[in-house]
Design a protein around this ligand. Structure first.
Ligand SMILES: C[S@@+](CC[C@H](N)C(=O)[O-])C[C@H]1O[C@@H](n2cnc3c(N)ncnc32)[C@H](O)[C@@H]1O
Length: 454
């Protein structure tokens, strides 16, 4: 345990109760109910310092993505470091997970800054980091920001805390990685985030205003995102594509282009991760990536660039119509990798129990299951999601196929694969199928594999 007094006064209620997320010990406020593993949907907030356990899978994927950038050098060269900012870090769980769980040999190349406007949350983050410092101490020269103030990072064992409006924190330095996780919509932070990134950078965004993004709140959708939705089986995919289109058009105005690395609808929020590059030429190509989804009579939908006046009624958009994931990066998000990186060893768990963590055998099993669930289906779907594909909800297929019941999704996928096409399941609460087979071919396999046609 570190010296919890080193960072000044403890926030009220400290130390609360201990919880484990990934391989990182987390202090929860006493009034927050002990989370269940695999919580779904928005949790009941108990004020500043509240940790939303339903966001754990998104934080886990963020650890994997940052590690992947360093391990596979797709953002900076092997000898360079990455300057990362969690612009709305709250109690600092994400930044502490980055510091603890990104592989040890890569840690010295990480420069992490954590910002939040809420002093209480920030104090809680500092106290947690101080009490549970990273396994290896982080040493590097302090860095200056654009306005000459010196980073405290080197003195805070690898985390530089800032207490500013996120819009100011983001443009102070040229970050190569910004995480934006606000309450509700991220739109008010987008411009500053894009301007705060260096010429090549990663922007990760969480949006919990799903009513606006899906179109179930049509007026907020029109006002905030300038779009029109249809609340049907494509509402989740539309929400992801709408947020991407908003980021891409905002970026294009700043001569920046957007390449999605990973984009998911995860229960009660949308999470997108994009590579942003300053390039007038690429930014000018934005028009090819934006279009509308038109529901049709012969296939469930088609993407068009501009709907005709007759199509508008059954169209949602404008939205991103390009690829949603990066094949290589998403392909490496496997269950083996997540367990290797984010599951504590038996020795680490024993040490944490000595520090006061109450963790039963069931907790060990359920938390491993939760880690696997964070990336389930992703690597199998990586190829299809990085190119043109057809997205289908299993439950709507019997109607199209003119039969009584849907087949099991695994059987349907196996049958499509046998014919030489690609098919995979998507991570979603709904049974979603993604494939490059023509729609008629899919229907043939639905009829073939459905129990109701036996
Ligand atoms: C959803 S929480 C962030 C959760 C955190 N990323 C995590 O994974 O635990 C949103 C945070 O944004 C902070 N916040 C809201 N408006 C802000 C602003 N303008 N500048 C900086 N922080 C802000 C709030 O204090 C809150 O802690």
């Amino acid at each position: 345990m570190g010296d919890e007094g080193a960072e000044g006064n403890h926030p009220e209620g400290w130390p609360g109760q201990l919880w484990l997320e990934g391989r990182t010990l987390v202090h929860l406020l006493d009034e927050q109910t002990r989370p269940t593993h695999m919580p779904r949907g928005p949790a009941k907030r108990t004020g500043p310092g509240f940790l939303n356990p339903a966001m754990a899978p998104a934080r886990t994927r963020s650890v994997l993505l940052l590690n992947d950038a360093l391990e596979h050098n797709w953002l900076v060269r092997t000898d360079q470091s990455i300057r990362v900012l969690d612009a709305l870090c709250a109690t600092g769980v994400r930044i502490r997970r980055w510091r603890n769980e990104v592989s040890a040999p890569l840690q010295q190349r990480l420069r992490i800054t954590a910002n939040d406007l809420d002093q209480f949350a920030l104090d809680w983050a500092r106290a947690s980091h101080s009490m549970h410092p990273p396994a290896q101490s982080i040493e590097h020269e302090p860095e200056d920001d654009r306005y000459g103030s010196v980073s405290e990072q080197a003195f805070n064992n690898g985390l530089d805390f800032r207490n500013k409006d996120a819009r100011i924190a983001m443009i102070e330095s040229g970050y190569q990685w910004i995480d934006l996780d606000p309450f509700g919509s991220p739109v008010q932070f987008l411009d500053a985030a894009l301007q705060g990134l260096s010429r090549t950078g990663v922007l990760e965004i969480t949006a919990t205003d799903t009513a606006a993004l899906t179109g179930s709140s049509a007026s907020s959708q029109a006002r905030r995102y300038g779009a029109k939705g249809i609340v049907d089986v494509y509402a989740h995919d539309d929400a992801v594509r709408l947020l991407l289109a908003t980021v891409a058009t905002t970026a294009a105005r700043l001569d920046k282009s957007v390449t999605p690395l990973m984009a998911l609808f995860d229960g009660h929020h949308v999470r997108i991760s994009c590579l942003i590059k300053t390039s007038r030429e690429k930014a000018s190509g934005i028009g090819n990536m934006i279009g509308w989804r038109v529901r049709e009579g012969d296939v469930p939908y088609r993407f068009v660039q501009h709907p005709t006046p007759e199509q508008v009624e059954r169209a949602s958009g404008p939205m991103w119509v390009g690829p949603l994931w990066d094949k290589e990066i998403a392909g490496r998000m496997t269950e083996e990798k997540v367990l290797e990186m984010c599951q504590p060893s038996a020795e680490e768990l024993e040490e944490m129990k000595l520090q006061g963590l109450e963790w039963s055998e069931d907790d060990v099993e359920y938390s491993a299951r939760e880690l696997r669930r964070s990336v389930r289906y992703i690597s199998d779907a990586a190829d299809l999601m990085s190119r043109e594909h057809l997205l289908l909800n299993l439950d709507s297929l019997p109607r199209w196929a003119g039969i009584g019941g849907a087949p099991k999704i695994e059987k349907l996928i196996a049958s499509i694969l046998q014919e030489g096409f690609s098919a995979a399941r998507l991570p979603d609460l709904e049974p979603l199928l993604v494939t490059d087979a023509p729609f008629e071919t899919v229907l043939k396999h639905v009829r073939k594999t459905s129990p109701s046609t036996k």
